[in-house]
Design a protein around this ligand. Sequence first.
Ligand code: CA
Ligand code: CA
Length: 438
Amino acid sequence: MFFSLVLLSSFFLLPDFGPNPILLSCNETINAGPDQLLCHPGGSTGLNGFFSGNEISSLEWTPASGLSDPMILNPAASVSQTTTYTLTIKAPSGNNLVVNGNFEAGNSGFTSNYWYGNPGLSPGGYSIQPNPLACNPGFSQCGDHTTGSGNMMVIDGSTTPGITFFCQTVPVIPNTEYYFEFYVTSVYPVSPANVQATFNGTPIGSVSATGNTCEWIQFSAVWNSGGASSVTICLEDLNIIGGGNDFAIDDVFLREICKYTDEVTITVLDEITEQQDVEICFGESVNVAGQSFNNEGDYEVVLQSFQGCDSTIMVHVDVAVIEAFIEDPLTLNCYLDETELDGSLSNGTNGIDFYKWTTSGGNILTDPGQPSISISGGGSYQLLVSTSLGGIICYDSIFVTIPLDTVSPVGQYCGSTFSPCRIRHFNWLLMGFPAQRI
Ligand SMILES: [Ca+2]
Ligand SMILES: [Ca+2]
């Protein structure tokens, strides 16, 4: 009971894994190779096609543009834009649809309008033999085409036209290409046979044996089944001469031509460029991908992307210049203990955005946000100015020290035209002290 159940389940499982005659007949492996990436702007590479079969009817890469040879497995390819190539290979299946096409099963699997000689032959007779000599002592001792020691169909050509010596009907798939072949050799050198093949009554070609006995000549043709679901293959000797015209055939094949396709995409990556506009203050520097720039100008920084391609950064550097400046102060005298500090000659790339005067110890009398101020008293006066460029603000400052007028020299002079005498206070120290930058 247990075994019955196992057998039963096996039986029901079988259909799932059962052979599909179409798939099995086209069971080679095709591979158009791995997809590839090329850096901009593309270039040369190779297509690496693979096919597991030994026998190829046709091979083609499409599109053919840029390929060194579209009909070989591994052409060189010059690719300037992303392209998908399709590899199409047509190859005959390993399955022979002709039954007993090698005649190893003897006189079976086909029909003949010749009579069967066992083994002696005369015109219009055939025999299945490993050695033609058995059929006629004048025939050559030829090996078969299959192995050299197997059976072949030995024929003594009929003198009556239109007599087929071999016919077989095989099922085919409609609208499918088939590869048909057989081999023929003379077994007597005189008047070689001319064998014609017909498919469903239509001739598809013929082949003549040579005057050399035991020389197997191939006939091959590609046939499209069209709407047919079966084909009756017949062979007929178009030569109807009785003297000579003795031959053998072997290895009659009808095989589906399988079509295999695979695709490969060669991707040409986009150009990688980036524009960076940078503003810096004079004296500063900017770092772009490890490179430092401190002068105005245009630069290219080339990096490698993660895909190994060049990636270019176009760098434009603008430098803002700013310089604070204070005019030498006016001389103070004994009548004047106020003076003006003039910063209006300060300059910046885009002019001066603001002025800011400050003092330490001194006294600013007017608006410290103006280019010039009035001051009184000694001390340190600082001017801070700014300019802006793009998104940045640059500053500069300068200071001037006005010492305290603690020991003023006193001079007295009297003149006849001046009366009374006046005392003047000179603040010499306000004269000629250069500004200092901080
Ligand atoms: Ca054979
Ligand atoms: Ca003959």
